[in-house]
Design a protein. Structure first.
Length: 100
């Protein structure tokens, strides 16, 4: 099992290197073609993800999972677009300080 995990992590690293080679910013692209090759690569990456969940911290394992699977988080736009009231409190206090 440990040898399979090491092989899976090695494959994950090679996929990342090949996909990002020559790119400063970019996205992961499919490197190999064919259903069987893709299936084998997916199994290997899933093995790397399961190993990382046992070894890495929760945040690091989640980041690696999203990176290798291409999972994109959904944003709560209502929460992100709300008015930033915390800045208003700071301005109000700074005006009081300047008056005094």
């Amino acid at each position: 099992e440990m040898e399979q995990a090491i092989e899976a992590l090695t494959a994950a690293v090679s996929v990342l290197k090949e996909a990002t080679e020559g790119h400063k910013t970019g996205s992961l692209l499919a490197v190999e073609s064919g259903f069987e090759a893709r299936k084998k690569e997916t199994e290997s990456l899933n093995r790397a993800i399961s190993m990382s969940e046992r070894v890495l911290t929760k945040a690091d394992a989640g980041f690696l999972r999203r990176l290798l699977t291409g999972e994109v988080p959904t944003w709560d736009w209502k929460k992100l677009n709300r008015k930033a009231t915390f800045k208003m409190d700071y301005k109000a206090r700074s005006f009081k300080i300047q008056e005094g």
